[in-house]
Every structure is written in C-alpha cells, then in structure tokens.
Ligand binder design. Structure first.
Ligand code: PAF
Length: 289
C-alpha cells in the first residue's frame, strides 16, 4: 500500500492547503465518496494536471430532495481512503454537514436557472441548486486551479461550467470520459444498490445509447425512436427521459437538427435511479465520416 493521503475534516485545515503549496497547481476532484474505478480515472487525470491533488468526500444533503436516497447513500470513508493510498493523492477533505453548513452562518446559495429545472432537475427540483452550492463552497475553501468532473453527469457539468462563467470564477474545468463495466453500464456509486436481476436489466441504459448512436446519421427522430424502442422491450426499467440536447444550451434539439448533440437518459430500476449520456453527431456526416 502507498502513502495514505492526509485526511482533513475541517474547513480551516482545508483552507491551509493553498498556503502550504503556494506556487503549485492544485486540482480538486469533488466526490460523494463510495469511490469506484470511475472516480480513480478522475483522480489519475487530476494528477496529470496539478502538483497537488485534493479529493473531497462529502455526501451533500442540499442536493438530495425529500424521499431521495440521502440516508441510504453509501458512506465508506475508511475504504475510500485506503483505495486512494496507491493513487498518490495529497489530501482528502472529508467534512461533515455541520462543518460545511455551520448553523448561523450564511452560505452563498447558487441557483441553476432554467436548465436546472429540466431533465434531472425536473425529477429532482432542488438537486442542482444544492449541487452548485456545495461545488461553489468547495471551490472557495480549497481554491483549486482546476476541478475534475466526470462526463456521465452531463447536466451537472453543463451547470458547473455555467456557474463558473456567471460568477467569473477562475477555476478551470476538466472533464473525464465515463468508465464502463464490460457490458457498457456506466460506473456509479448507486450501482451497488442493484440486485443481480436489476443489474442485468441495467444493461438497457448503454444499449439504448448504442441504438441512438447507430441511428444518429438518420436524424433526431430516428435516433430517439431507436433509444425508446430499447426501453419499450424492457418495461421493468422505468424510463424517465431519453433525449438529445444541444451541448451549448442543454435544450432538446429539434427533429431537423444536424450537428453534435448529447444523448441523455434517466431510468429507475428497482428503487435506483440511473443516468447515462453520450456525445454523438446527428445527421449525414456523423458516424460515417
Ligand atoms: O457528482 C457528484 O458526486 C456530486 O454531485 C458532487 C459534484 C461531488 C457535489 O456534491
């Protein structure tokens, strides 16, 4: 086992990182823990971008709505820290809620705006405001030069980018491709909630993305229909949305749209909500070129 990272629990300690490494680049990888190979990919990438890598582990209550899985969200700090031992990480910042949101102290709340109310935000109305609020707070505390996020949460990435632009923040954003299981299922901390049957069924997510991509050269209508067809054959997977969005606006594209799009899918399998995404090109110049 390599050297364990320093585990910091207080905001005061985390604020010292910047001073302790003056003149060095700092990368932040924000996580909610329950680390898996997808997180490790983010972390390894972060190491190529900066001399100092900070991984934050905080299950942020603000981004969970009533009745969502905040209570059952896996909390595995000890295992997470040992997993990071071989990754050459400098710091783990693992505060508790009282530390992040101290009573009587006003925390700057962020608002996701109209895009925050669509897709994931339509199903989880307070999710993106809560997510942006904690990300802004982490940026403020750690002061990273660069922050690394996973492409799987495409709407999250869009909104963090939007917040950085709107707030005039200087932090750079670096996005890492999704890591997948052998059958294509995107890695997620929530996959551990799936039993064997549900896990087998979850294959519908990458299958639908593949069907969309396969039909992308025929246009948006055909591509959407192909994805929906996959879900029609898997009625136990409850599809929430499946759409193609313009990556510049995160709005659903019109039927005659041609150009790069992001496919977004969310479905509930058992009691577990899964999301997935892929970037593709709609229209005749797509996959064939
Ligand atoms: O993607 C996540 O794990 C969370 O939304 C994040 C960015 C760590 C904020 O809590």
């Amino acid at each position: 086992m390599g050297a364990l990272p320093k585990v910091l629990h207080t905001v005061r300690e985390a604020r010292q990182i910047r001073h302790a490494h003056d003149g060095h680049r700092i990368a932040l990888v924000p996580t909610m823990g329950a680390l898996h190979a997808g997180h490790l990919e983010l972390i390894r990438h972060a190491r190529t971008l900066a001399e100092v890598v900070v991984v934050s582990i905080f299950v942020n209550p603000l981004q969970f709505g009533v009745g969502e899985d905040f209570e059952r969200y896996p909390r595995t700090l000890e295992a997470d820290v040992s997993l990071l031992a071989d990754e050459g990480i400098d710091y783990v910042f693992a505060p508790d809620a009282a530390e992040m949101y101290p009573e009587g102290v006003e925390i700057l709340a962020m608002h996701a705006g109209p895009v925050g109310a669509t897709f994931e935000g339509a199903a989880r109305p307070t999710h993106f405001d809560g997510m942006l609020t904690v990300v802004a707070r982490l940026f403020d505390i750690v002061g990273p030069h660069v922050a690394v996020f996973g492409q799987k949460d495409a709407q999250q990435v869009f909104l963090v980018r939007q917040m950085i632009a709107e707030q005039g923040l200087t932090v750079e954003l670096d996005i890492v491709r999704t890591v997948r299981e052998q059958d294509g299922l995107a890695l997620s901390s929530r996959n551990r909630f799936l039993d064997a049957n549900q896990r087998a069924l979850a294959h519908v997510m990458p299958e639908a993305l593949a069907a969309i991509t396969l039909n992308a050269s025929h246009g948006a209508t055909a591509a959407r229909a192909a994805g929906l067809h996959v879900f029609a054959n898997a009625p136990l997977a409850r599809l929430d949305y499946l759409d193609l969005v313009d990556p510049h606006t995160f709005e659903a594209v019109s039927d005659d749209f041609q150009g790069p799009v992001t496919a977004v899918i969310a479905a509930v399998i058992g009691a577990t909500r899964l999301i997935d995404t892929d970037n593709l090109y709609l229209g005749a110049n797509g996959a064939d070129t």
